[in-house]
Design a protein around this ligand. Structure first.
Ligand SMILES: CC(C)(COP(=O)(O)OP(=O)(O)OC[C@H]1O[C@@H](n2cnc3c(N)ncnc32)[C@H](O)[C@@H]1OP(=O)(O)O)[C@@H](O)C(=O)NCCC(=O)NCCS
Length: 328
């Protein structure tokens, strides 16, 4: 289990939470739910038809006794949920009829359970796409007042035989397709906070195909300007850019390409220029660099909602459930 988990579990033991798991009858969700139920710090609320979920658990051999199962189609306070959702979205053209239809979808219904305080947080996406998990959160939970966007980061952990795990943060690999300079600065600030929660002492590199002016292009300028703004905004954190990945992580390359940088060679928190770079970057680290990837962890929402990869396994669901609740 990854670095920082003990502290997260301890925090939840002191203040237990309820988490909505949208795909109630998925065997990976059921396995994770049975593990959570065996401890007492996080209660799963499984969405789905009670009988279908119970039968799926029995068939897969997981004990989910004690789990709350809620069927959005027959939920006793369904009308209240529909009405509240309608109120939140009426200025955006929502009608009661459309609201009732959307509340039949577990991603929307589950997000409303968080909004109404029936659950503390939500984890979905074992079968839904990222966009379908995130969109209800953007529309219902919404961006924190001091933030202008919701973004995301991944925490990457490479276990080592000596016990000194390598822990990195990467952003934004999942939400903002083409972030602007100012959005990158905001993503940097949120990622610094998240990295610290996972025990990282952040040294931030704004990544590019250029190191401190070696290459030219609009996206190079964007990363250089964003790094300069971030340095001003977060003066207590070592930040540099634009940097190529080799200059960011290899002390030998850094001596050649960025000899005066305090970050180059030792970066552990990476801000990517766009979602293509970020998504490919974290997956290369995961698939070819033996890093475990936790995320995307959504940053800047009023309540914690997180998205699973559709290729996730039960251990990843369990870990992400704990992360989601602990960040709540
Ligand atoms: C996040 C994402 C789903 C939003 O797309 P969308 O639903 O089509 O966005 P829309 O422009 O229709 O906006 C829907 C709402 O979300 C809000 N929104 C969109 N992006 C947002 C962001 N980054 N932060 C905060 N709010 C955002 C909009 O303001 C809008 O709110 P409103 O309806 O209250 O006015 C989209 O940016 C996306 O698809 N990102 C990539 C996801 C992905 O495929 N990741 C790779 C796999 S991990």
């Amino acid at each position: 289990m990854m670095f920082g988990f003990g502290a997260m579990i301890q925090k939840l033991k002191e203040n237990p939470k309820k988490i909505v798991l949208t795909e109630g009858e998925d065997p990976r969700i059921l396995e994770a739910a049975s593990r959570l139920l065996a401890s007492s710090f996080l209660t799963p609320i499984l969405l789905g038809d009670e009988k279908v979920v119970a039968d799926a658990a029995e068939e897969a051999g997981f004990n989910i006794r004690g789990a709350h199962i809620i069927n959005p189609l027959t939920y006793e306070n369904k009308e209240e949920v529909i009405k509240e959702f309608y109120e939140i979205r009426k200025e955006k053209g929502m009608t009661m009829e459309k609201a009732a239809k959307l509340m039949e979808q577990r991603n929307y219904f589950g997000t409303m359970l968080v909004k109404m305080g029936i659950a503390d947080c939500l984890l979905g996406g074992a079968t839904y796409s990222t966009a379908d998990t995130v969109r209800p959160a953007l529309q219902i939970i919404k961006t924190k007042p001091r933030n202008s966007i919701v973004s995301s980061c991944f925490i990457l952990v490479r276990p080592s035989a000596t016990g000194e795990n390598e822990v990195l943060a990467m952003a934004d690999c999942a939400i903002n397709i083409q972030p602007s300079e100012d959005e990158l600065v905001e993503i940097c600030g949120e990622t610094i906070n998240c990295a610290r929660i996972f025990g990282i002492d952040p040294k931030v590199a704004f990544l590019s195909y250029s190191s401190l002016g070696s290459g030219k292009g609009d996206s190079v300028d964007k990363m250089r300007n964003a790094a300069a703004k971030a340095k001003e905004e977060f003066p207590d954190v070592p930040i540099d850019g634009e940097l190529q990945f080799d200059a960011a992580v290899s002390p030998r390359v850094a001596r050649q390409k960025a000899p005066d940088s305090k970050v180059a060679g030792y970066a552990n928190t990476f801000i990517f220029p766009d979602i293509n770079a970020g998504n490919l970057g974290y997956k290369i680290a995961q698939r070819m660099g033996n890093f475990e990837a936790y995320g995307p962890i959504l940053l800047g929402l009023n309540a914690q909602v997180n998205d699973l990869s559709r290729g996730c396994n039960a251990l990843e669901v369990y870990s992400m459930a704990i992360i989601t609740a602990a960040l709540t």
